[in-house]
Design a protein around this ligand. Sequence first.
Ligand code: SF4
Ligand code: SF4
Length: 468
Amino acid sequence: MVMVLDKCIGCHTCSLACKNVWTDREGQEYAWWNNVETRPGVGYPKTWENQDKYGGGWVLEDDKLRLRLEKDKHYKPPSLNDYYNPFDYDYEQLFTQEILDQQPSADPLDMYSREKIDIKWGPNWDDDLAGADVIAPHDPNWNGIDKQIYLNFKDVFMFYLPRICNHCLNMACAPACPRKAVYKRPEDGIVLIDQNSCRGYRFCGIACPYKKIYYNWKTGKSEKCIFCFPRVETGQPPACTLSCVGKIRYVGVVLYDETRVPEAAKAPEDQLVKAHRELILDPFDPQVIKEARDAGVPENFIKAAQESPVYYMFKKWELALPLHPEFRTLPMVFYVPPLNPVITVLDRNNKYSADYNSIIPAIDKLRIPIRYLANMFAAGNEEEVRKSLKRLLAIREFFRRIEVEGQSKAEAAAVLSEHGLTVNDADMMYRWLALGRNRWVIPTSKKELRVTLTRRGKGPGMGGRQRG
Ligand code: SF4
Ligand code: SF4
């Protein structure tokens, strides 16, 4: 999946779609397999990126990858306080309250005890920078930045970060499980937990650096995002993607060389994004097609890989970046970093100028510090972020030259070639990013491939009683 962050409006529709479909049941009250965080902020569970606290991901020592959890067995999964105490409301109160001059209200109720509670934290407590002066300084992505500057009202910035399980190539969750209950489906790469094998030890939840595994207190087993596999098998996008109001989510197939995964995960920190990209194969290369066929990859998957927005945005155009590559799990959800907004900075520093030549040098003065984005999406490698943002700006400039200045496509194309893009790339980007067309290209899976799933157990990821 690719998520284009400039387009996210923070409406949380994705989270609610996911909640209603998969976790609206006992044992998963606190669980948001999909959540949307405001940045700068601490996220859900609180400060999940801080691996000194949570012990997730891999560490590289003497050219060997070891789970951080394996090095120090004292790490614990997040507590309910780190997530939040789930609550709903006393709706009965709306009908039974005596008639007052003001609007009636419903007090919050603890979802476990049904007692009234004083809410102190929630999965989006810092939504839209609420309480940012107190909460945002604890965001782990400030490394190398004078955060006080950016917490002044006139300099503050904000963007949304939607998150699901990244269905990583070098998962930390699976090897941490002594029962081998966590596995990656070979047919489509979706990472699942076999509910028949899971005994609820929760090592997977500690090892996942994204904290995307949720313990179900009712069944005593761990659960996670299943990438809506029953939908995906029939060629439909996951519920979060279908419901996304901003049309920010793109889903597609990529072909990769599995044998090179361990080497890519061991790349030097500033080379991790590059190594990750090199794993992804060109679906038009005749040799790749031949090897894919020899390996039993169905024709409709090869065709889907050639039309995949994920292939173009992550590999070909290098617009999208992985979240925290330094965790070394090679996550397969990518983000196109936000530009948001360009003009504010130009107003302040250069007066307003629509001159492209003054925008590109000003990229380091954009409202969101490049360093912050690099800490989040490129293990600190600012050049990876700059490349992506410059290409996004080049596309805007290309269309501005045509629409505003009346240049021909051939004339305007000079701005694209400066950044290694073609007119065809620009047209494709326009259709995908601006118009939001064909955002998912999902092949239906073959029955014979689904044997892998049925052999493993009865429907992974599910457990507990469904309400309603
Ligand atoms: S993000 Fe998903 S696949 Fe990656 S380590 Fe966490 S649970 Fe496993
Ligand atoms: S539904 Fe889409 S636009 Fe709304 S918060 Fe989720 S990802 Fe963002």
